[in-house]
Design a protein around this ligand. Structure first.
Ligand SMILES: *Cc1c(COP(=O)(O)O)cnc(C)c1O
Length: 224
């Protein structure tokens, strides 16, 4: 199937239950334009250099999401234009994003990444670390960052119950924060979870934003 057909099929499955981030990492501009032509405007990339060069060469009404691990020394390259940073996983990174936001005279939308998978390798705050940081009031002093919600990745497994449990734990944490420290914060609305293999499960467990790559653009030649 073509990119356009894949996209249409996925959008039908999602309906209006969640926002679709089309993950275009490693894919050429012509593939992105094919999705763009049928109305897709939100694209996700996981490498700063690739994100920046695609931003420069593609239509300016695209919303670019940084979904990968972000190093503090690279924040400056995406700070002027990035629409949402999904993988914020340290206080140091938050403070850097705040500083670069200030230099660019904008508030940069961010999601706090939480480690929900059993696997060791995935990035993210533990729940305890996140709650500690939030309760210490660290976020109160960041005037050029907008915390839009949470992001997480499930374990890479066929075990549906396991994946569901991990997604549910992110939703629980989101609700806990929403009822607590973020109660008066209208910006705190998003739970970014779900990829090609598990986005429907993720939506059932409360995802508001799914990040789908290979089901739209086909398998990637090199996995990064
Ligand atoms: C690559 C990537 C995705 C998309 O993965 P697919 O399985 O191709 O849909 C989603 N989220 C993150 C963080 C990624 O790096």
């Amino acid at each position: 199937m073509s990119i356009k057909e894949n996209l249409k099929h996925i959008k039908q499955q999602i309906g209006d239950r969640a926002c679709l981030v089309a993950v275009s990492k490693t894919k050429p501009n012509e593939d992105i334009l094919e999705a763009y032509e049928v109305g897709q405007r939100i694209f996700g990339e996981n490498k700063v250099q690739e994100l920046t060069s695609k931003y420069e060469s593609l239509p300016k009404d695209i919303e670019w999401h940084m979904i990968g691990h972000l190093q503090t020394n690279k924040v400056k390259y995406i700070a002027p234009f990035v629409a949402l940073i999904h993988g914020v996983d340290s206080e140091k990174l938050l403070k850097t994003i705040d500083k670069e936001g200030s230099k660019n005279n904008r508030k940069i939308p961010c999601l706090l990444q939480v480690h929900i998978a059993e696997e060791e390798s995935k990035f993210g705050f533990s729940k305890e670390e996140l709650l500690e940081m939030v309760n210490e009031g660290v976020l109160d002093n960041l005037s050029n960052v907008v915390i839009k919600g949470l992001m997480g990745m499930a374990t890479y497994t066929d075990d549906e119950a396991q994946i569901r449990k991990e997604f549910a734990s992110l939703s629980d944490l989101f609700q806990q924060l929403k009822n607590g420290v973020f109660a008066k914060n209208d910006d705190f609305t998003e739970i970014s979870m779900g990829m090609s293999g598990d986005f429907l499960l993720a939506i059932e467990e409360g995802s508001t934003m799914v990040r789908v790559g290979s089901s739209i653009f086909g398998v990637r030649n090199y996995q990064k």
